[in-house]
Write a protein that binds this ligand. Structure first.
Ligand SMILES: [Mg+2]
Length: 272
């Protein structure tokens, strides 16, 4: 029986987990900073604001009428989605010249309809974010969204104050580059904090990524970052587990199953 990287035992050749131990916060990969994907990880949007910004920008800028059918959107980036739409229409050569105008149009449309954003937090995300924040971890967002759209969603669910950095797709189309930039920013912030305390810099500080797609797992791996996969997007727990993340969760409630609390979260709960 091959052992999974975090110690779980997997049935041979199946990539599936037969027995599942009860998890707790202690099972999270230890890191100085945690980067969270947005869609399907922190929250799920129950509105058409972001989707409509794609449709309208594609129509007005490129003259392409799309419903985003058969376009890989989950685990993709906003720029990558526009590229995929144009490729499907046989017009990929038109991407670059009009891209800044298309992205500006998307940002403006989401800004105009910001009150219509209806995002639902994924289970126990707030508890996890509050816990990590109470532990003094650096928290960031690493997402394929455009920056202003990503922050609009996070603000809508009340999580904005917890995040001190973000890496988005405005100038980086590939998820692996978005994650790399987020990891670099997190290490820079960490080292600034260490310098303030007259402590030695840690250029290789561990930054853990949390995501909901195989693309997140692959992009984290490409950056040598530990990765937690959470099945709160469209991918199933078994799908994600087969890509061998460091930790696989049905949802973040799995981490609170044994009622284990850290001193940090106890103090937070008692508001001390
Ligand atoms: Mg996602």
């Amino acid at each position: 029986m091959p052992a999974h990287r975090d110690g779980w035992v997997l049935p041979e050749n199946s990539g599936r987990q037969s027995e599942r131990k009860e998890l707790s916060l202690r099972d999270l990969p230890i890191a100085s900073a945690y980067l969270f994907d947005i869609d399907g990880t922190l929250l799920n949007s129950r509105d058409g604001v972001h989707y409509n910004s794609f449709r309208n920008a594609m129509m007005l800028v490129y003259g392409v009428d799309t419903k985003l059918d058969n376009i890989p959107v989950h685990g993709n980036t906003d720029v990558g989605i526009i590229r995929a739409i144009l490729e499907k229409a046989g017009r990929s050569h038109e991407l670059e010249a009009e891209l800044p105008r298309a992205l500006d149009m998307m940002r403006a449309e989401v800004e105009k309809n910001i009150a219509g954003i209806n995002a639902e937090l994924c289970p126990s995300i707030r508890e996890l974010i509050e816990e990590l924040h109470a532990q003094g971890k650096i928290l960031g967002v690493a997402s394929g969204n455009l920056e202003s759209i990503g922050w609009a969603k996070i603000t809508a669910v009340g999580l904005r104050p917890f995040f001190s950095l973000g890496s988005f797709s405005d100038t980086r189309e590939r998820r692996v580059d978005i994650f790399r930039h987020g990891i670099e920013q997190a290490r820079k912030l960490l080292n600034e904090k260490l310098a303030e305390k007259h402590e030695k810099a840690d250029p290789d500080a561990v930054v853990c990524v949390v995501g909901d797609t195989p693309s997140d797992i692959l992009a984290a791996r490409a950056n040598n970052a530990p990765v937690v996969a959470v099945a709160t997007g469209i991918y199933s727990y078994d799908d994600l587990l087969s890509h061998q993340p460091d930790l696989c969760l049905h949802c973040c409630t799995d981490l609170f199953a044994d009622n284990y609390v850290t001193l940090a979260s106890l103090l937070l709960r008692l508001r001390l």
